[in-house]
Each structure stands twice: as structure tokens, then as C-alpha cells.
Design a binder for this molecule. Sequence first.
Ligand SMILES: Cc1ncc(COP(=O)(O)O)c(C=O)c1O
Length: 366
Amino acid sequence: MDVRDLDTPALVVDLDQLERNIGAMADGVRAAGGRLRPHTKTHKTPEVARLQLQRGAIGLTVAKLGEAEVMADAGFDDLLIANEIVGTPKLHRLARLARRIRVRSCVDSLAGARMLSSVAVAAGVRCEVLLDVNTGLNRAGVAPDEAVALGTAIGALPGLVLVGVFSYAGAAPGAPAADAHRAWAVREAETAVAIARELQARGFPATEVSVAGTGSAVYAAATPGVTEVRPGTYVFNDMNYSRLGISAVERCALRIHSRVVSRPAPDRAVIDAGSKVLTTEKRALGGEDPGFGFIEALPGTRIAALWEEHGVLRLDDDGRQLAVGDVIAIIPNHVCPTINLADSWYGVRAGTVEQEYAIAARGRTR
Ligand SMILES: Cc1ncc(COP(=O)(O)O)c(C=O)c1O
């Protein structure tokens, strides 16, 4: 099928670019002496995970237990859940999953670790955990200066094995030069390595040091003591990372095809993708409103407003040529939540649809 014959809105992935992105990260991490455990929350698609493993990934990262179950059902047997698993229903599911495959999760509190410990003991399994340390994102994670004491207490709990240290500092704040990205990545990595070494000195295995994302993976991989890096966004890339200088428009593999359904005014067009397709994410840099995605063919036309089912384009002179029925291609601001809103995406090569891929782990928020 010709890509132009797809119904809209549709997520369309340039398979050549996807493969180049997967290969470039695999090569970059390997050349830096590191190992890759890519974060699959970006694509939620087992076929892409398989490509990542074929290119040398040592295992997969997932964001949620539900994503882990989907990936385990698809045959993957070495998963890291990059999250704290809390609450009885989930802990029982985690214990069940730990019987089937190697699955590790994160802990950053004694309360959470105790819950996991008691479920693990009752279920007769040993759950492998990584101590989540806050290295600058200020999301979850124990403060670095409290990490060794907490790790020591958690490592002593029955049913748990403290296998290492985990952190995610995200991208360096602002849109800095490559040097700042490197400095941010190395600071995260070295903080995590130092804590892991102290835990080892106290007799815990704590040999794993799992850090980094797309902007920091290669730099972190080169830091001695780091055992794996977890970039996710790099498979598709997006406008947020292109604006930050972590990626570039020409490396973006996914576009949302959307059709003009109304032309109510000379400077206004309405498309069939609203917030339920594009998400409402935008990350303004330097005070400039980027709109709700980027139309590469019409860079001066902005996706200015979203309703659930409607996107409103503010047209520049080039954009005024758009007519009802025309299809535009939009690069999303943030590709990960965009994927989570769709049932499937279309893999395309040279304008021809090769395959429709089910987004098997979409909506797995538990
Ligand atoms: C814990 C964790 N690890 C890894 C990643 C992947 O980072 P990136 O999106 O920069 O590839 C994320 C992304 O949010 C994350 O939250």
C-alpha cells in the first residue's frame, strides 16, 4: 500500500531511519565500552525490542509492571522495571513474574522495600532490586548522601537481593552545548558508581550500575563502573530532543499523518489530530511557543491549539495553500506519550507501507 492511501490520523515510521537510530546508539554505546538496556516505553512494541536485542542490547527496560508482563509474554526474559513497585496487587504480580523470568525493580524507601520483602518471602522467591538514587531529576530516588544507609538496610531484608544502583538524571537542563550534556551525564554516572562501590564494600553484591537516557547514554557508557545505560527516545527521536540538541529533525523516524478537515478562514486550517493523538506536551525553550508538534514541510505554520479531536493550524503564507483533504506529516514534541495513545503504527520504506505494528504495551499504566 502507498503511504498516501493510509487513513488518518496515523503514526508512520520510516523503517530505514528507525534502523539507523537503533544501530547508531548500539554502535555508540559499544564503542564507549558500555552495554545497552534500552527503555522500551518509547515504542511499547515487541518487534522493535527484538531489533534492539539483535543489535546487541543485553536486556530491556520497561516503565511499568504491565509493560513487563507484555514483554515477558512476547518472549523477553531479562527485564528491568525502571520504577518503584508498591502496593499488594502489584507485588503479587511481580513475584509471579519473577518465577518466570529475570525481572528487577527499583526501591528508594525502606517502607516500599519491606512490602516487597514480605511478599517475596511469602511467595518463596528472591526479588532482585536496584537502589534508586536521585542524581538531579528530583523525581523519585533517595538523596545520594542517604543512599548507603538506606541500601544497607534494604540489602539486609529477607527475600531481596540488592544487585545495584539505579539513576536517571534526564537531559541537562536548558539547551546546552555537548560539553554540558557530557558533564551532566558523567556527574550522574559517577555518583551512582560511588554509591555502588560503597555498598559493595559493605558486602552487598551491588555490582550493577544502571543509568542514563538518550542524551547521556554514550557519555555514561564510557564512565568506569557503569554496567548498563537505558536510552529510550533515540529509536524515534522527537522535537523536544531536537530542540535540545540531543537529536535532530532528520533523525526523527516517526511522523503523525493528519488530514485537513476544515478551512474556515484564510489563516486557519483544522486537522483530524487533536490532543488524543498529539498529546498536549510542549516544552518551550527561550520563551518561544513551539506549538503542539512540527510540520517539517511547513515550518512557519504552527499547530496553535488543540481540542480533543481537532488541531487548529495558524497558517503562514506557505500554509495557506492547504486545502480540505490534504495530509500533513507532524513530528511530535514528545514521542513516548504519543505512542501510548495509538493502537498501532505503520512501518514505511520508500513511500510504501511494509507492515502495521501493534503497540502491544500501550495503556499498560499499572
Ligand atoms: C528511568 C528512565 N530511564 C531511562 C529513560 C530513557 O530516557 P530517554 O527518554 O532520554 O531516552 C527514561 C525516560 O524518561 C526514564 O524515565
